[in-house]
Design a protein around this ligand. Structure first.
Ligand code: CP3
Length: 351
């Protein structure tokens, strides 16, 4: 049986596009809610059997083509000594308010700190059929920096700009580097099919600033990881990122670029689809619409994607421009997966 997810990352998928969604295991899903009624979010993340069970829920109910580790991007901050809780949004015990606060971030963490994630991946793989993909993930350095400063996610990640220039950013990047690399390597040792890096704040600094102060740090961690695991595909997702940013990423060891829902995916695929596999980008909010309206939006999306030349579409990982929201309707999530198979099954048969 072909693993469509793995094939698409290599631009070799000749079947219907693999479908996967960020936050496919989450609060919109009754299965997740039933487990969360008995266990806290942190308990689920740190108990590999529970994390695997939660990750498998949407695989069973909606038949996605890839499962994603059930975890969070903020554990490197906890590893460095910053207390972490979720209520349900993240709550950090202290914030990076001034340069002196860098002392609170200890880069010398226990070597086994992230083993719970590796075990979560292993237990998920054991329950997953071989034709399904498995994704490990981390947060990108810039996004972790914004969370360290703001302590939560306010929506546009924009209130931490001063720290980009006053020494907090550089000091944080230096301390984070070995921790984030260790996070990625620990997961990679459990052999997921890809390593995703989520840069939810990626497009919240201007492209010139991105190039000047951030790109070297991003490049360093991706290159160091790639040197250790050269065969593991890297998926890089950046929110609010445009072509101006993507052009900066061309020489990084990125296999698949996640495209958010503010971009036109067919156009992006025409221009960048030969360089990268592309993931995205249905609007997450449309999953909250009444079912018939949702179906109309999904049909529009698939019709637009069908205009992309087949060779380029062989590198498409179908999904959302960001994550499933707690307000999404399960029936729409399920129908999205089914509709994509019906639509592209018929489309390639007719071609
Ligand atoms: O299926 C999956 O994708 C599940 C794994 C997953 C979670 N968070 C579970 C989670 C993944 C891949 C993430 C990534 C993540 N976490 C990101 C990057 C992607 C993005 O959303 O931009 C970020 C910024 C975080 C930090 C974080 N953790 C936030 C902002 C929140 C609050 C989200 C919310 O919906 O309220 C969390 C908590 C969190 N992470 C939940 C889940 C299921 C909800 C916790 C709960 O059930 O109480």
């Amino acid at each position: 049986m072909v693993n469509k997810f793995v094939a698409a990352l290599k631009h070799e998928n000749t079947s219907t596009p693999p479908v996967w969604m960020m936050r496919q295991a989450g609060r919109y899903h009754a299965h997740y809610q039933s487990i969360r009624a008995k266990h806290s979010f942190l308990e689920v993340c740190k108990t590999p059997a529970l994390a695997a069970e939660v990750a498998m829920g949407p695989m069973r109910d909606f038949d996605f083509d890839a499962a994603i580790l059930f975890s969070d991007i903020l554990f490197p901050l906890e590893a460095m000594g910053i207390g972490l809780d979720f209520a349900p949004g993240p709550k950090l015990a202290s914030h990076l308010r001034e340069v002196a606060d860098l002392e609170n971030y200890n880069p010398n963490i226990p070597p086994d700190f992230f083993e719970f994630q590796a075990d979560g991946l292993r237990q998920t793989r054991a329950m997953l059929s071989p034709e399904k993909g498995l994704i490990g993930f981390v947060g990108a350095p810039l996004t972790l920096y914004f969370f360290a400063v703001e302590g939560s996610h306010k929506g546009d990640c924009s209130s931490a700009h001063a720290g980009l220039l006053d020494g907090r950013f550089k000091g944080f990047m230096e301390r984070l580097h070995p921790v984030l690399l260790q996070n990625m390597k620990t997961q990679a040792a459990a052999r997921p099919d890809a390593m995703a890096m989520f840069d939810s704040c990626g497009g919240d600094i201007a492209p010139d600033l991105f190039a000047k102060i951030y790109l070297p740090h991003l490049a360093r961690v991706l290159r160091d990881f790639n040197a250790a695991y050269p065969d593991m595909p890297i998926i890089y997702y950046g929110k609010h990122m445009t072509r101006e940013y993507w052009d900066l990423l061309r020489d990084l060891p990125i296999t698949c670029l996640g495209v958010d829902h503010y971009q036109n995916l067919p156009n992006a695929m025409q221009k960048y689809g030969a360089r990268w596999a592309l993931q995205g980008n249905f609007h997450p909010d449309y999953l909250t619409l009444p079912h018939d309206e949702f179906r109309a939006r999904a049909a529009e999306f698939f019709t637009a994607m069908a205009t992309v030349p087949t060779e380029l579409r062989q590198g498409w990982v179908c999904g959302l421009g960001h994550g499933v929201t707690p307000q999404a309707r399960e029936e729409n999530v399920k129908a999205f997966v089914q509709m994509s198979r019906e639509f592209f099954g018929a489309h390639s048969a007719a071609a």
